[in-house]
Design a protein around this ligand. Sequence first.
Ligand SMILES: Cc1cc2nc3c(=O)[nH]c(=O)nc-3n(C[C@H](O)[C@H](O)[C@H](O)COP(=O)(O)OP(=O)(O)OC[C@H]3O[C@@H](n4cnc5c(N)ncnc54)[C@H](O)[C@@H]3O)c2cc1C
Length: 303
Amino acid sequence: MSLFDRAIVRALPVVPKPLVQRLSSRYIAGPDLSDARRVVAELNAQGKTATVDVLGEEITRPAEAEAIADEYVAALDAFERDGLDANVSVKPTGVGLKLDYDLCKRNVERVIAAAEPTNRFVRIDMEDSSTTDDTLRLFRELREKGHARVGPVLQASLKRTAGDAESLPGASVRICKGIYVEPESIQFRDDADVRASFVRTLATLLDGGCYAGIATHDEWLVEQSLQLVRERRLTPEQYEFQMLLGVRPELGDRLVAEGHRLRIYIPYGRQWYEYSLRRLQENPKIAGYIAADTLGRLLPGRK
Ligand SMILES: Cc1cc2nc3c(=O)[nH]c(=O)nc-3n(C[C@H](O)[C@H](O)[C@H](O)COP(=O)(O)OP(=O)(O)OC[C@H]3O[C@@H](n4cnc5c(N)ncnc54)[C@H](O)[C@@H]3O)c2cc1C
């Protein structure tokens, strides 16, 4: 990223919300469940599967956490009615983790109860490091209660992740780089260290009999992951790649054409702001997009 891009990234929180919304529209299905259903159907038609995230991280009251869990239940019912190939990804703070651990657990169990009868899966997203212990505890407690179709996420940028990977044999685990900025004492800062940690963690997961969701748009990591999969002679049913809606679709198309399973992460909902900021901050061409959008509105005849 250029110095100019970095300056733009730092300034994003003061960029007017309507501009953030317009720039981030490629990353989000839309405000309503009907938007998510439409996008899932389009992706299914391209041979891709989906995981759907109901946006809502800034909740402050138990009723809001319960409403998000209700929305997940509605989404799962709709996927079944429409015959769509999709599961869900739940952010623990969206269903109440910061308010009350037990409230969060009850909400996730309600989502699982809607998913299990139709063999759908509930992924528990990983948020910032203040939530890591509780999120892994939540997963372990749910598994001990006999729920098999639930799994956590590990973040390669955290130094603790190698140890966490060893403690999850046989689980279904998504591995990603990790988006949250943490203190240097607990997080790798160097790109090469994060990549090395990703590869090491994925190898540990595969050797521990895990089903791995390989979540990255980094071509180098995709190649390394394919190498690990080939060395272990895994079949395409034993792992999957995962990507975010609107990010590097051509790389995803290539993986599908080569016979790999690909799941697209599809956020929808009215609380789009926090998610949008994170995606825009990761976009290497952010300054270009802002310039093009601003010019587009200044020049007559252009949208
Ligand atoms: C399915 C999925 C689920 C995830 N779940 C979590 C989670 O639970 N917790 C968590 O902390 N993080 C999660 N992440 C985010 C992840 O941690 C990374 O922040 C993100 O995937 C970018 O890392 P990368 O591996 O793609 O590598 P990068 O080096 O960041 O990106 C590789 C290339 O992809 C392209 N690219 C990446 N992001 C963008 C963008 N926004 N816009 C345009 N181009 C882009 C660029 O060309 C870039 O050079 C998830 C990611 C995916 C794909």
